[in-house]
Design a protein around this ligand. Structure first.
Ligand code: ADP
Length: 192
């Protein structure tokens, strides 16, 4: 079984690269953001709750996010493994995830960290807002807030995973073309 965390700030290309990896390695793609957006479009109770945080550029509370993630994994008992895109985003999520993986005897194979500077993130997200119509990508204040939340609450996980995983933590320069980045990731995953 292969389980990979794709890590990085909003707009760093996690979703784009996740799609390539799941295709190549026959894995399941789990994006917490996508699951929240699905709940919003289906007008579920969770969607209503989550949208208030998402529209303001804040994180959805940990307890909701962790429960959601765990029940999503439980839907795929026969999976070869997963690519986690946008999870974990806080220390509490990372700790809960570690315990969950231990309980399920699932290995954490690699953490791939896409590194992109703030200036490029903002312009990519604004472009995505125009292309996709995603509400949280249309407003510069919300975008800057998300990047700040990333810096304050999420970026610390780079140290967490580089200490915990040592040889399986991979920082990748995410400012290059989609194809080149994907080639780099495929190369490093060819050993798995
Ligand atoms: P991006 O990486 O561009 O911000 P996502 O689709 O991953 O896009 O996330 C969109 C929003 O969904 C986040 O700003 C946040 O409000 C919420 N969200 C996604 N994943 C998590 C998570 N693991 N914990 C808390 N909130 C989350």
């Amino acid at each position: 079984m292969i389980n990979i965390i794709l890590f990085g700030p909003p707009g760093s290309g996690k979703g784009t690269q996740a799609k390539f990896i799941v295709k190549k390695h026959a894995l399941i793609h789990i994006s917490t953001g996508d699951i929240f957006r699905k709940n919003i479009s289906q007008k579920t109770k969770l969607g209503k709750l989550a949208s208030e945080f998402m529209n303001n550029g804040e994180l959805v509370p940990d307890n909701l996010t962790i429960d959601l993630l765990e029940s999503e994994i439980d839907n795929y008992s026969d999976a070869n493994g997963f690519v986690f895109d946008g999870f974990p985003r806080t220390l509490a999520q990372a700790d809960a995830f570690k315990n969950f993986l231990n309980e399920k005897k699932m290995p954490l194979s690699a953490v791939i960290s896409l590194e992109v500077g703030e200036h490029q993130l903002v312009s990519r997200l604004l472009k995505r807002g125009i292309d996709s119509g995603r509400e949280d990508d249309k407003n510069t204040d919300v975008i800057r807030q998300r990047i700040q939340v990333y810096e304050k609450q999420t970026s610390i996980l780079k140290t967490y995973y580089s200490n915990n995983l040592e040889n399986n933590f991979f920082p990748i320069n995410g400012e290059r073309s989609i194809d080149i980045i994907s080639e780099d990731i495929m190369k490093l995953l060819s050993n798995y």
